[in-house]
Ligand binder design. Structure first.
Ligand code: ADP
Length: 431
């Protein structure tokens, strides 16, 4: 029923009842008693209203949602409606609190930094990513001016110029960040930070790689072009000079070919589209081939031995051949004639290990951590002299990554080196 009717009908009925009662008293006992009855009834009505007003005020001070205040007459409806409003309000508040908690949690998990500031850049709130990126502390720095907390000249210029439609690339605490300010509401701004350190590093590496490859190709190309020009301008060169030129051109051509082959190998190894196809790798014949290649490269200048006592492993035969071959060819190329090279395949603490030990030129400690970087060479001229592409150990590194194996290098200048490839125990073939 309409709540207005619920309210008014009993009220009017009660009034009619009072008038009827008073009229009856007048009729039976006279005017004086009727007057007294009317006054008493009005006082009682007023007292009732005051009593429920008092209860209403009390309930409004401590509105309990679990208990409905009871009333009389029209007050029952009033209390019921107030109670419903209060209950809906509680429900909305609970929903809002839950939503806010979810929003905060999402902000906490966000990899990008978010800083909320007022219109004059005083910090109101920031998420953990922003704390990490900018060195802020949400609790400690609240209410402080962000330009006082982040004293970076580029950032200050960005604020001064106010060209917020463009993001800013910022170096903060050895990170590269893309920073942008976005205005929201009328008096608030959001500072968003995105960490691009890793992609920037990869970009750098890519640029270095292209520069290195161009540099590596330029020398052999210059040599070949030079001889071609001589051949074109001097058709009657004597046969001895001509064959010397052809030999040098062939060498340079081979150098470029090796470089291209190594680059293709590296890019195939790095590609996530070519996952490893695991198979049982018959280690004995593989190492026998590696040994023969090493002896061919050494051309009898070194004493090379092989000892293989460990079981076969699961992996990719071609990739392991390439990795082991690179380590062995390095040992041959960086060991002077008369040196001794030992290849070993054995179990170390239950884990298969391939090691190449030489007594060659060795490497000083400061170079060791960088050896697997592309084109990193301790001695550039020696590497080129021995047809090195500078990519051998980078290939080894990638092959080992794909086999969950690690490379351990122990080397001392003038004494020799030991390169060991350690496989996990799980790599041992069970058949
Ligand atoms: P490169 O084609 O120049 O040999 P690598 O990536 O195979 O390139 O090796 C990187 C560098 O590590 C080499 O230039 C060389 O300086 C050093 N190196 C590698 N193996 C040995 C070794 N057995 N003895 C001494 N130096 C080595």
């Amino acid at each position: 029923m309409n709540p207005l009717l619920l309210f008014w009908v009993p009220a009017v009925l009660r009034l009619l009842l009072m008038v009827a009662g008073t009229s009856l008293v007048w009729f039976l006992f006279g005017r004086l008693l009727a007057g007294i009855t009317a006054v008493l009834l009005l006082v009682a009505m007023l007292a009732t209203q005051l009593f429920y007003l008092y209860r209403l005020a009390g309930w409004l001070d401590h509105p309990e949602v679990t208990r409905l205040p009871d009333g009389w007459g029209a007050w029952t409806g009033v209390f019921a409606r107030l109670y419903r409003l209060r209950r809906d309000d509680e429900k909305n508040r609970a929903e809002l609190t839950e939503w806010l908690a979810r929003f905060r949690q999402a902000m906490t998990l966000l990899p990008d930094g978010v800083v909320i500031m007022d219109d004059v850049l005083f910090l109101e709130w920031c998420n953990p990513a922003a704390e990490r990126h900018l060195g802020l502390d949400n609790e400690r720095d609240k209410g402080m001016r962000v330009t006082n907390l982040l004293r970076n000249p580029d950032f200050i210029d960005y604020i001064v110029l106010g060209r917020y439609e463009e993001p800013l690339l910022l170096s903060v605490r050895s990170r590269k960040l893309i920073v942008q300010i976005i205005a929201f509401e009328t008096r608030r701004q959001i500072l968003v930070t995105h960490d691009v350190t890793e992609s920037d590093r990869i970009d750098h590496m890519r640029r270095d790689f292209v520069a290195n490859v161009s540099h590596e190709l330029r020398t052999p190309l210059t040599v070949i072009n030079g001889f071609l020009e001589i051949a074109a301008s001097q058709p009657n060169l004597d046969p001895a000079t001509r064959s010397a030129h052809l030999k040098l051109m062939t060498e340079q051509g081979l150098r470029m070919q090796n470089l291209v082959v190594d680059m293709l190998t590296l890019s195939r190894l790095e590609s996530i589209d070519t996952p490893i196809r695991p198979e049982r790798v018959a280690i004995a014949p593989l190492l026998e081939r590696v040994l023969q290649d090493a002896r061919a490269l050494s051309a009898g200048k070194h004493e090379i031995s092989l000892q293989a006592d460990a079981p076969d492993v699961i992996g990719n035969s071609d990739e392991l051949h390439s990795a082991f071959g690179n380590l062995v060819s390095n040992a041959v190329r960086y060991t002077p004639a008369g040196g001794v090279i030992r290849l070993q395949w054995q179990l170390q603490d239950g884990r298969p290990e391939f090691s190449v030990q030489d007594n060659g030129i060795g490497i000083s400690a400061e170079h060791i951590s960088r050896l697997t970087e592309r084109f990193y060479r301790v001695d550039k001229s020696r590497s080129r002299e021995t047809q090195g592409t500078g990519l051998g150990l980078a290939i080894v590194k990638h092959v080992l990554l794909r086999h969950h194996a690690v490379l351990a290098i122990d080397s001392h200048p003038g004494q020799g080196s030991r390169f060991a490839v350690r496989f996990p125990e799980s790599a041992i073939s069970k058949d």
